[in-house]
Design a protein around this ligand. Sequence first.
Ligand code: FES
Ligand SMILES: [Fe+2]
Length: 415
Amino acid sequence: MLTVEDNETLCRVGPGTEMGELFRRFWIPAAMSEELLEKDGTPLRVRLLGEDLVCFRDTEGRIGLLHERCPHRRSSLALGANERCGIRCLYHGWKFDVDGNCVDTPGEPPNSALKERVKAVAYPTVEKGGVIWAYMGPPEDQPPFPEYEFLNMPEGHSMVSKVQEECNYAQGLEGTIDTVHAGALHRTVRWHDEGKLAHEQVLYADVDVQHTSYGFRYAGLRKLPDGSTHTRVTIVPFPFFTFIPSPGSTQGRRLVNAWVPRDDVSTWHMQWFFNAEAPIDVEFRKKESGVHIKPDFTKKVGFAEWYNQDREAMKNDYFSGITGVVMQDHAVVETMGPISDRENENLGQSDLAIVTWRRMLIKAARNLARTGELPEILTNSAIDFSAIKSYEQIVPPGHDWKDDIQLEKMFESVE
Ligand code: FES
Ligand SMILES: [Fe+2]
């Protein structure tokens, strides 16, 4: 459980909130590149951390990300014309470039200096890994861009997708650092049938957590009959990423999730599938998610349709009766309500990673608010982001997963 006060700190992300200010110190995904391919094309409305923004690609291909309301009399710039290196407001024709500079005020006297004084709020952007990233914090705190492995894949080796989740970001994220749920919610057989997959046969796993310079990582450890240990290591970097091991992830096949808050009660669930060593099957990935989306990336089937849950399938086929892994995940967290009332939870040992994540984030947000101190991931220039990887493997008796592989220099405790 969390106190009501801690839950508020964890979940509120608007301007001026503790968590909102922490998130604004990071580069965060704002939109997918595929939504904004065309130079001088249709501007995109983007809601991010409770702020309404307009995103446009100008004549030179540069990306502007501005507050949506025109600095003149507050009309939406998303209605405006995107032309000749700027967006021109529909109402009176004022024009703004990608840096928010006002470059034309056609209805003002010819000698007016008004445009020198007017500026639209503009956020810096970077385009990487199929996504437009934004930095919404104070310019003096802007960190270097984190060059994670998944953002630097060869053509055809990765795909990114997004779908809107109708609840607070923390609920979605907690679902991916929840080892036990895979054998229940995603069970491919009925509850009392013999599980086909290892995690369906034994739901219980020891969870062991290690604090790191980028956040933390944890292992789900399952003892196998021959004495070896099946080890799944999930990476949880600030501020809202989870790196999930896929079967065979020692061979380079992996999944990264981001839960990007639109506002306090809705979230962009973004996923990158990638394989450093071979091209990926994009069609298979799309089908597996089970999610059919509208042009605005909301779900065609969601809460209002009760996720098309099929009671006959539950009786005869598989546990959830809900088609697709992502759909199942969304169903269980959206039905908690827009912001889960965590003061009414009863947590178990299997929730250790979730408890760790909440504590880490709340502590970092309060540290920043009270002392101005930033988390180590933003200040330690020695962090090699490209080396941060999830993985899954079977290790012999006596092996400590914390000593694993080439990454040990990353994993010095911060506590
Ligand atoms: S409201 Fe935008 S130009 Fe007047
Ligand atoms: Fe899941």
